[in-house]
Design a protein around this ligand. Structure first.
Ligand code: BT5
Length: 260
């Protein structure tokens, strides 16, 4: 389907020239991975109004109802330095979103490590990063972001694992989805330039949900739970958790965080 004129205009303002726009698709992440295989360049974008098989982490489902959300995937072609910091890309998406929400919509939000954005402790966005390797060579990384904007975006037909909300419920003026997408892409570009500087994780830490609070980390693979205080992040974006006077370093993998 042809992209609507206001989408085309927003992409021109964001200086993003390679995109695929879908009224409906199974998953923008799946399509972006396919595009990498076909030779996608840096900042190729897949956008969909509706996803029939949106992907969450760990084979979970992400619901994208028509015309009420943002669902998109951005392709990154990584330089060798960036390739040593793959785990920072989900945080890049999360940080770009919370700063855009704050600057443009006056919405205060938090990053729930490793891949969610919360408003008032309710999930309003989820992020899924996937990498495409051929042999040992990284061909590209896909940053997939789903944001609930208007109330029909909040799923009612599945058992959601965490309370959910949408942006419009927290914003006094009407939100334009494509303007938000434009601002988000510009912010992602700007923050990417800071990714390899230590200050990047400090910026993320400033928005971290449950900082200094008691949390429970569950390893979804074996259901093992660890409880402690959320202390911060390492330069690689791993979680630092204090437990009985010792610091534990936890990498995202199959981990899920909840307040205790
Ligand atoms: C995520 O996984 O939160 C990552 C979601 C990434 C979605 C984007 S949309 C564009 C791109 N293309 C894709 O195919 N995916 C990416 P996770 O932390 O595993 O959370 C998934 C869980 O969130 C589900 O099991 C549900 O409980 C819940 N959920 C599903 N849809 C939701 C929604 N719209 N709002 C709030 N919670 C939702």
């Amino acid at each position: 389907m042809n992209a609507p004129p206001d989408f085309i205009q927003a992409m021109a303002k964001a200086e993003l020239h390679n995109y695929r726009y879908y009224e409906s698709i199974d998953s923008t992440n799946r399509e972006a991975m396919h595009w990498i295989e076909q030779g996608a360049s840096d900042y190729s974008l897949v956008f969909a109004d509706h996803q029939t098989a949106g992907k969450g982490r760990l084979n979970r489902q992400w619901i994208t109802n028509a015309n009420s959300s943002l669902a998109f995937s951005l392709v990154f072609k990584l330089n060798p330095e960036e390739q040593t910091r793959l785990s920072l890309f989900s945080l890049l998406g999360a940080l770009a979103l919370v700063t855009t929400l704050s600057n443009k919509l006056k919405i205060s939000s938090r990053i729930k490590w490793p891949n969610d954005v919360l408003i008032n402790n309710q999930k309003t966005a989820g992020i899924l990063t996937e990498t495409y390797f051929v042999g040992g060579e990284l061909k590209g990384l896909v940053l997939g972001i789903g944001v609930n904007i208007f109330s029909p975006s909040i799923p009612d037909n599945i058992a959601i694992r965490f309370p959910a909300t949408c942006l419009q419920q927290h914003c006094a003026f009407p939100i334009n989805r494509f303007h938000l997408l434009q601002d988000l892409i510009i912010e992602i570009r700007n923050l990417r330039a800071t990714l390899l500087i230590n200050n990047f994780v400090d910026q993320v830490k400033a928005y971290l949900a449950y900082l200094g609070e008691e949390i429970i980390i569950t390893n979804v693979a074996n259901n093992q739970r660890t409880q402690g205080i959320l202390k911060g992040l390492t330069s690689k974006g791993e979680l630092i958790m204090a437990q009985e006077g010792k610091d534990l370093i936890i990498s995202a993998g199959e981990m899920e965080l909840r307040p205790a």
